[in-house]
Write a protein of this length. Structure first.
Length: 296
């Protein structure tokens, strides 16, 4: 009996596919503001070269089986139904910036649309009324058997660290982010708000140390004693990915799972680099093509 038992082959589990999620807008903003301001660069050549360089580095370093570029939808996000002032400070911030965003955004869109034509083996995902953050969260929730890496320093994603299929890479420090208590990280974000998204803090003057004391003592009691339940519930709907309306869950799942991968078009990519005045990237073009062709 033992001999027959020992001869039995144990089926090894299949390796999980390695998925790289790219928050395209976040990547774009990092590269845009990493460039020294040059008022003569009206075509944003420096930005576009930096974007191609970043994408090449991500694909080279992580060697993913699949890349999904998560894009912002251009229509009204569902959060405006919850809080009309959501991201209401963005227009003012852009108006005061040295960057001419009215000139930048068409070039930004043209670049990603051109990349989508070249990189048929990558998915460029957009779902009406969803932000890239929503797409990333729902992919993580929907695909437990994937090995997902997101490159971002954004603390919005700390709540996703409760999922075992998710890792977050900090491109500035060059290391994976460790979040010991994702539930506490989410609660802190809800209580302190998010200035960049115009989500107000529940109470002025709450820093990390004060929040830690509130959370350790009794967060719910603090909310009740200060009559903040309505504001807490509003911020929860705006910040917690568990609040993404259920109607969008299947839309993202179907879009991701029904994607048909094609071939990387090297000839078209050469035309993109040469025809768009990106000569500064020309010496990296062959390397970019060889790396991106391996993504399936």
């Amino acid at each position: 009996m033992l001999e027959g038992f020992l001869d039995t082959e144990v089926e090894q589990p299949k390796p999980r596919p390695k998925i790289l999620l790219v928050d395209y807008h976040n990547l774009a903003m990092r590269n845009l503001f990493a460039q020294p301001y040059d008022p003569t660069d009206v075509s944003f050549v420096g930005y576009r070269v930096a974007m191609l360089t970043s994408i090449r580095k991500l694909a080279r370093d992580f060697k993913p089986n699949r890349i999904i570029f998560c894009r912002e939808a251009h229509d009204s996000n569902w959060r405006y139904d919850v809080y009309p002032e959501y991201k209401g400070n963005r227009a003012e911030a852009r108006a005061s910036s040295v960057v001419d965003f009215s000139a930048f955004f068409p070039i930004h869109e043209e670049l990603i649309n051109s990349l989508e034509q070249c990189c048929k083996n990558c998915q460029f995902l957009t779902i009406p009324r969803l932000e890239a953050d929503d797409l990333i969260a729902l992919i993580v929730m929907n695909e437990p058997n994937w090995d997902i890496t997101l490159v971002s320093t954004d603390k919005d994603f700390y709540q996703l660290h409760k999922y075992t299929n998710f890792k977050q890479w900090d491109p500035i420090k060059g290391e994976y982010i460790t979040v010991i208590n994702p539930a506490a990280a989410l609660a802190e974000k809800i209580v302190r708000g998010d200035k960049s998204d115009n989500i107000p803090s529940l109470q002025k003057g709450i820093g990390s140390k004060r929040f830690a004391k509130i959370y350790t003592d009794d967060l719910q009691k603090w909310i009740t004693d200060n009559n903040l339940q309505e504001a807490f519930d509003r911020n929860t709907k705006l910040i917690s990915f568990n609040s993404i309306p259920t109607e969008f869950h299947s839309q993202v799942k179907n879009a991701v799972e029904n994607f048909k991968s094609g071939e990387f078009d090297a000839r078209l990519f050469y035309s993109l680099v040469i025809g768009s005045g990106l000569g500064a990237f020309l010496d990296k073009t062959t390397d970019f093509i060889n790396i991106m062709k391996n993504v399936k």
